[in-house]
Design a protein around this ligand. Structure first.
Ligand SMILES: [Zn+2]
Length: 346
């Protein structure tokens, strides 16, 4: 079968790899009908060393179940399923707490981890299928698939940032980052009743979309100027809730500095540095800083109805669709900021 293989930074190829197959009785085999390229895929695209080995890419997908291990009970062949970016058994103490991304059996798709393939491919083996996959209602409208695909990562991740940042009715919210996760953070903040939603971003086409999705203010400055601007917009004190959707040192520092005393920062941008900035700033302002890989599997129950009813349209983050052979050009386009988020239809 064909899959997306990253060899090293800047070198993504479509190659023949061994067919995905059932290996464990708890596995499912899915044929990928939609996948996408994630902003986090751009980190290895910028930095993967050849010595780290090849990586089959992709961790967001919708697919059709084509095979099931003998122990899988909740799925049947032909089910159309959402595949969250991490697998989870659905039964351990963390899964029962709704934190499937800390599952004792977790594994990240498209990460190069042993036993985990990637979703930018024709097919994929899904470990712990009962806990991992989410079957969509039968007959789901094809036109909703782009929005449903965001349940695999970016919508659930933006929602997680909002939950960790304690977004609630009447609150002021700052969203740091105008990528797909930041835009989904705007959707999530509006959905949770935020009164003011400030997006920090520098790409006019993206901040324009953010306004359409619910942002009330745009701050295009960076660093200290951005902090000043957010304070001005929030009565001088900063935002109650801040969503950090980038993962760089500078963006994390800004996120902590724009939080008002007693506020909270939800971090979902994959951190690119081992240490976290803003320790003293957050300490002296009693700012809570939390976050991590979003348990998107847990959030599907809550977010799916709003997509099915058309109340939210997170699929608007996709601005390009490619087939498998065009995936390398999709990476190039996203890396050069020519495209916001690329959908893949194998
Ligand atoms: Zn678990």
């Amino acid at each position: 079968m064909k899959a997306t293989v990253m060899h090293q930074a800047g070198d993504v190829r479509i190659e023949e790899v061994p067919d995905a197959a059932i290996e464990q009785p708890t596995d499912a085999l899915i044929r990928i009908t939609r996948a996408c390229i994630c902003g986090s895929d751009l980190w290895p695209y910028k930095s993967l060393a050849a010595s780290e080995g090849i990586r089959i890419m992709g961790h967001e997908a919708i697919g059709v179940v084509e095979g099931l291990g003998s122990d899988v009970t909740s799925l049947k062949e032909g089910d159309v399923v959402v595949m969250p970016f991490a697998s989870s058994d659905g039964t351990c103490v963390f899964c029962r707490d709704g934190l499937q991304t800390e599952c004792v059996h977790r594994g990240f798709f498209g990460s190069g981890a042993e036993g985990y393939g990637g979703a930018q491919a024709e097919a994929l083996r899904i470990p712990n299928a009962d806990g991992t996959l989410y079957a969509l209602p039968t007959g789901t409208d094809e036109s909703l698939m782009p929005s449903l695909l965001t349940l695999a990562d970016v919508l659930g991740t933006g929602h997680h940032a909002a939950v960790v940042a304690r977004v609630a009715p009447g609150k002021s919210v700052a969203v740091v980052g105008d990528g797909a996760v930041g835009l989904c953070g705007v959707i999530a903040a509006k959905r949770l009743g935020a009164e003011q939603i400030i997006i920090l971003g520098r790409h006019a086409d993206r901040t324009d979309l953010a306004r359409e999705l619910g942002a009330t203010d745009v701050v295009s400055e960076r660093g200290e100027e951005a902090v000043e601007k957010v304070r001005e917009l929030t009565g001088g004190f900063g935002a109650h809730s801040v969503l950090e959707c980038v993962g760089l040192d500078q963006s994390t520092r800004t996120a902590i500095e724009v939080a008002r005393p007693g506020g909270a920062v939800g971090r979902v941008g994959v951190p690119q540095d081992a240490s976290m900035p803003g320790a003293q700033t957050s300490f002296y302002a009693n700012v809570t800083v939390g976050g991590g890989p979003a348990p998107v599997r847990a959030y599907i129950d809550e977010l799916l109805p709003d997509i099915l009813d058309g109340r939210i349209e997170p699929g608007r983050v996709f601005d390009r669709t490619v087939d498998l052979d065009e995936v390398p050009d999709g990476y190039r386009a996203m890396n050069e900021r020519e495209s916001l988020k690329v959908m893949v239809k194998p």
